[in-house]
Design a binder for this molecule. Structure first.
Ligand SMILES: O=P(O)(O)OC[C@H]1O[C@H](O[C@H]2O[C@H](CO)[C@@H](O)[C@H](O)[C@H]2O)[C@H](O)[C@@H](O)[C@@H]1O
Length: 371
């Protein structure tokens, strides 16, 4: 297992490190190259070893403190990854043997292992409306068990609001909670302490405080409300950095598909007309979501992994699981030896697939029990 890390001025330890230039397992194509450079600090990096441009980080604002790209400490193990997982997506059962699991999830290392877990459709089955999809007691026991393992660094990385995540998972003090696809982040706290939330901006990302989102939201809110009126049963959910049109409750599926295709086109046109350039329109599971373009789960996951490494605590393994379009950004940003798990049907860049949230939860219970 290679620890995926990054470097930051003053944070990286000196020595020979392996730079991961470009790795993607998207669509089953993994292309990675690596080169060795000596890193002391950004200012001492030799001009003959320029910062490596990573395709996953190119949307970051110019953050001079970060060397773009990641650092792989033990590339030899990554090379043998394909012995365990071919490039195409495999059933999660491919990790049934202890040897395969050990490769991605070693139990003999002192460095912690991180989990980036999406919520709706991944940890928890869908419901007809967001209010109904609260965590079950079985899910809470699983999350508590992950929380209690000192060698794990669990994260919930969700499209849900910070209020929802805090209300249901705030007491899981070892968890990092990531709301609205990365717009808000709440780091772990000491047991019993209150949580605080920071904008993605504070982690080097470009979030823009929500007051700056007022204009585009005003325009799209009106259009989405019209959609809800025209399609009885559908509704609009508003979060700080996004607007979501939910249509799960439209009974006539064929009519819903037509309405959704038209709605997507209309909203796209509206964004063009009004020059709402920073807005991403995505089709998720029975939702159309308009959100701020520079906040994406993949960027956030990668930056948080890098930050740990920069401060001398690289993860020995990382698992990312999700079911939807927003989770694909995590799979795209993940080096090949991250454990990436798509939940449910549909095309994916993940290495593994669990058929249902239930199957994923069983797998997580297995991780809880291995020492
Ligand atoms: O990133 P996630 O944790 O997967 O959140 C994505 C969206 O989840 C919610 O909507 C989804 O779950 C609802 C409850 O099961 C379901 O009714 C809806 O059809 C799903 O799309 C949530 O309401 C959104 O805000 C999140 O962006």
């Amino acid at each position: 297992m290679s620890a995926y890390t990054g470097t930051k001025c003053g944070g990286a330890q000196g020595g020979q490190l392996q730079v991961w230039e470009a790795t993607s397992n998207n669509g089953g194509c993994s292309a990675s190259t690596s080169s060795t450079i000596t890193i002391l600090s950004r200012t001492t990096t030799s001009p003959s070893s320029p910062p490596v441009q990573s395709p996953f980080l190119r949307d970051f604002p110019s953050d001079q403190e970060f060397l773009e790209g990641g650092v792989e400490l033990s590339p030899t193990k990554a090379d043998s990854t394909e012995d365990f997982l071919p490039l195409s997506t495999q059933p999660l059962a491919a990790l049934d043997t202890d040897a395969a699991l050990q490769h991605f999830w070693p139990s003999d290392l002192v460095s912690p292992k991180a989990l980036f877990l999406d919520y709706d459709g991944t940890l928890r089955e869908f419901e007809s409306s967001p209010e109904l999809a609260v965590p079950t007691s079985e899910l809470m026991s699983l999350l508590q068990a992950l929380n209690d393992r000192p060698d794990l660094r669990p994260h919930i990385i969700s499209g849900r609001s910070s209020e929802f995540l805090e209300a249901h998972f705030g007491s899981l003090n070892a968890f990092t909670l990531i709301a609205e696809h990365g717009y808000h982040i709440s780091p772990p706290v000491a047991d019993g302490d209150c949580r605080s939330w920071k904008l993605w901006e504070h982690f080097g990302g470009d979030a823009n405080h929500f007051t700056k989102h007022k204009n585009w939201k005003a325009t799209l809110r009106e259009a989405m409300s019209r959609l809800a009126d025209q399609n009885p049963g559908s509704r609009v959910e508003e979060k700080q950095s996004s607007l979501v049109w939910h249509y799960r409750q439209l009974a006539d599926e064929a009519a819903a598909d037509t309405a959704v295709a038209k709605a997507f086109e209309d909203l796209e046109q509206l964004c063009k007309r009004e020059r709402l350039q920073d807005i991403n329109l995505t089709k998720g599971h029975k939702v159309l979501e308009a959100s701020y373009r520079n906040v994406r789960k993949g960027l956030v996951m990668r930056r948080l992994c890098e930050e740990k490494a920069l401060f001398g605590e690289p993860y020995s393994a990382v698992l990312a699981a999700g079911d939807d379009v927003s989770d694909e950004t995590m799979f795209e940003a993940a080096p090949r030896d991250f454990l990436t798990i798509k939940v449910g049907a549909g095309s994916t860049g993940a290495s593994l697939r669990a058929q249902t949230p239930e199957e994923l939860r069983q797998f997580l219970w297995r991780l809880v029990s291995c020492r």
